[in-house]
Design a protein around this ligand. Structure first.
Ligand SMILES: [Zn+2]
Length: 427
């Protein structure tokens, strides 16, 4: 199966960050040529006047919570946690799957092709991911037994999930540690050993709120990142979500151990946790930085284009420095750097020969994107583009949406199913 995309402004995100006007040829899921494609392909897509970018990578979410948007807004963090926990504890397989499907549809329509999920019941979510055609790094939630509602030991459940899905293409199993407040040293270290033995991603929440940091320090004498380094947990397999309340020493610990981070600006702002992640310092020290939307109870969307703009504005505004975190850096964080953050830098994140064909076409004739030229295209993607401008989404050489027609998931059935499940669950 071959696909030719013709006459696009191609934002390659290759090492030279070249912008090329031309064509891309995809053969059997792999990018075979970038520039001029003379021969015809099985599927011809005209992108005249449009913009072709690498598929966006959302490095932190809880996709199945798409069903819970709007249930716990505008309240204190403690009340928020209580409200979400109460609903979450009543969820069954049917509504986890309906929520996942809804979130996957939202991501396909928003130009996301790969996402990192942290949740229990990833086996239910995996089925929907396979069908949708998106690539999901599904990290099973691991925490100490005394804090969980999972039946059985969470790490054993995670192991079982990994064994059952180790050979799947779309679903990449990982370990999702909930955070230092519910995971003991033993849980962290046992997870690390399992990740090392099996080559898995270690995804975890880190220093999202000040309270979490200070309570941990009171309990252990160490701030979370220091504590994790001291026990020997940190490694290049680690992807830390939030990473908002960090000292310079902690940032250096992350850099030393080649830990990547996923910053979640909208979630942090909405919950008013007060911590603005020190992204400039992390980048300065060489930490690989990427972007996550977090779940739909805290965002309340899975919109990576919106998240990129929010991130840039927050960082600039917070430091009174408009030149900080330029559009190109933000786009890197959602593409090439995100690919590195999940250990797939050699396969994803840019439009280069030999990489997996994760491609998104943006509507160059949308009012929000006119005028677009090679010189302003990156700025337009970050500051002007909305997800309504996403026309076509391709993951691994499979067309998931073509000219705004979603092909892998039935949108009407998904919406109806989500409405019914939400009515039963929330009322
Ligand atoms: Zn989260």
């Amino acid at each position: 199966m071959s696909i030719a995309i013709r006459d696009a402004i191609i934002v390659t995100q290759n090492p030279g960050r070249e912008i090329i006007e031309g064509d891309v040829l995809v053969e059997n899921g792999i990018i075979a040529r970038v520039g001029e494609v003379k021969e015809s392909a099985d599927q011809e897509i005209s992108a005249d006047g449009d913009i072709l970018i690498p598929g966006l990578i959302n490095t932190h979410t809880h996709v199945s919570m798409a069903l819970l948007k709007g249930v716990a807004d505008d309240m204190s963090f403690d009340r928020f946690l209580q409200a979400v926990f109460e609903i979450d504890s009543r969820r069954d397989a049917g509504d986890i799957s309906a929520g996942a499907k809804l979130g996957l549809l939202e991501m396909i329509m928003g130009g996301t092709t790969t996402f990192v999920d942290l949740y229990y019941s990833e086996d239910i979510i995996a089925k929907e991911v396979e069908e949708s055609g998106l690539r999901g790094l599904l990290c099973w939630a691991v925490l100490d037994e005394e804090f969980t509602t999972q039946s059985g030991r969470p790490l054993d459940n995670c192991r079982r999930f990994h064994r059952d899905h180790a050979q799947s293409g779309r679903v990449i199993p990982g370990i999702g540690l909930q955070g230092v407040y519910v995971c003991s040293r033993e849980t962290f270290l046992e997870s690390r050993r399992y990740a090392e033995d099996n080559g898995l991603l270690l995804h975890f929440h880190l220093s999202e709120t000040r309270k979490e940091v200070y309570e941990h320090k009171r309990k252990t004498g160490r701030r979370p990142a220091e504590w994790l380094e001291e026990m020997g947990f940190l490694s290049p397999r680690c992807l830390a979500a939030h990473a908002a309340w960090l000292t310079v020493n902690e940032i250096r610990a992350l850099a030393r151990n080649q830990v990547s981070i996923s910053t979640c600006p909208v979630s942090n702002m909405k919950l008013a946790t007060g911590g603005v992640a020190p992204i400039p310092e992390m980048r300065e020290e060489g930490v690989v930085t990427s972007i996550g939307t977090d779940g739909s109870t805290t965002n309340n969307s899975l919109d990576m284009l919106g998240e990129m703009k929010a991130l840039a504005l927050l960082q600039k505004s917070n430091r009174w420095r408009p030149e900080l975190l330029k559009a190109g850096e933000v786009l890197d964080m959602a593409t090439v750097e995100a690919a590195r953050a999940i250990g797939m830098g050699d396969q994803l994140g840019s439009i280069e020969v030999g990489k997996r064909a994760d491609l998104v076409i943006l509507d160059g004739s949308s009012p929000s994107m006119v005028p677009t030229t090679a010189s302003n295209v990156v700025s337009n993607i970050v500051y002007s583009c909305s997800r309504a401008d996403v026309k076509t989404t391709i993951c691994d050489g499979r067309i998931l949406m073509l000219d705004r027609d979603v092909l892998t998931i039935d949108p009407v059935e998904t919406i109806t199913g989500a409405r019914e499940a939400a009515r039963e669950l929330i009322g």
